[in-house]
Design a protein around this ligand. Structure first.
Ligand code: ZN
Length: 279
């Protein structure tokens, strides 16, 4: 029993389900001194009380378990990283827009401040004409408003794209996995080009994270038909869930008396170890 399933149940509540098929229902239902109990489809624990929902076995919820649940955790880390990036990009876009609108006033202020500062700088031995910060400031102030607006729009759009990826990944949407792979992969050649110019820890880190994310998504989520594609992926999910029902059935078969299973109170709410190991 992995703690991950228990934690998921702690957050979202146990997932009990009564199949309309009597034989399947009997496998998942138990009797206790305190009344009926149902087996959680996610963590396998016995839960006192009526099932959360019921219906045909085909429509039973397929909870993320085992490997799928682990993938969900990794996707959420990736989702948070994208959302943080989105916020930074949108804030930067907003900053550029504000700068563009205040550019004229800043240029005037700069124009009057610079001659006044020159004698003082000379006395302190600072060569203003060779100062890098001053060079950047001057070139930013002289950048056309149109160019700045374009830069701001670019930052906004990129931020929105990252935000959409982040929200989609958080909700475990397959389209978001595709979007993330494509949108991340198109920037990899540019990142390589940047690395050929100069190597910094930030650049190498971003490059490594992006390559790892692309490879992980394609392989683990079987995108673009990798490892059998979507069909194989869904079978894997379904398989992990059905295994649980089957394991529950095997356990119940020993105690089955047609109307359900008698279970000791010590068993209710306690972890069970009959779940097959992942992978
Ligand atoms: Zn549970």
């Amino acid at each position: 029993m992995s703690n991950r399933e228990l934690r998921a149940c702690g957050r979202h509540g146990h997932l009990t389900y009564a199949p309309t098929e009597a034989d399947l229902a009997a496998r998942l239902r138990g009797r206790t001194a305190l009344g009926e109990a149902w087996r959680c489809l996610r963590c396998g624990d016995w839960v006192l009380g009526p099932p959360v929902s019921s219906g045909p076995a085909d429509e039973a919820p397929v909870p993320a378990r085992g490997r799928a649940l682990r993938q969900l955790t990794i996707l959420r880390v990736l989702a948070v990283e994208r959302i943080v990036r989105a916020l930074v990009l949108i804030a930067a876009g907003y900053g550029v827009l504000r700068f563009a609108s205040a550019q004229t006033a800043l240029r005037q202020w700069f124009g009057s401040w610079l001659p006044a500062a020159r004698p003082l700088a000379d006395r302190l031995g600072v060569d203003l004409d060779r100062s890098a910060i001053l060079r950047y400031a001057t070139s930013a102030l002289n950048t056309g408003k149109g160019v700045l607006t374009l830069v701001a729009v670019g930052l906004f759009l990129y931020g929105v794209l990252e935000g959409v990826e982040g929200v989609g990944l958080w909700l475990a949407q397959r389209w978001a996995e595709y979007l993330t792979v494509v949108a991340t992969a198109v920037f990899i050649p540019y990142e390589v080009y940047e690395l050929t110019k100069s190597v910094t820890v930030t650049k190498v880190g971003a490059f490594a994270i992006n390559v790892a994310a692309v490879v992980y998504l394609i392989v683990a989520k079987r995108l673009f038909g990798a490892r059998g594609g979507r069909a194989a992926y869904e079978q894997e999910l379904e398989g992990e869930s059905l295994l649980e029902v089957r394991a529950a059935g095997v356990a119940a078969a020993f105690a089955a008396d047609g109307g359900g299973r008698d279970i000791g109170m010590s068993e209710v709410g306690a972890g069970e170890s009959e779940r097959p190991a992942d992978g």
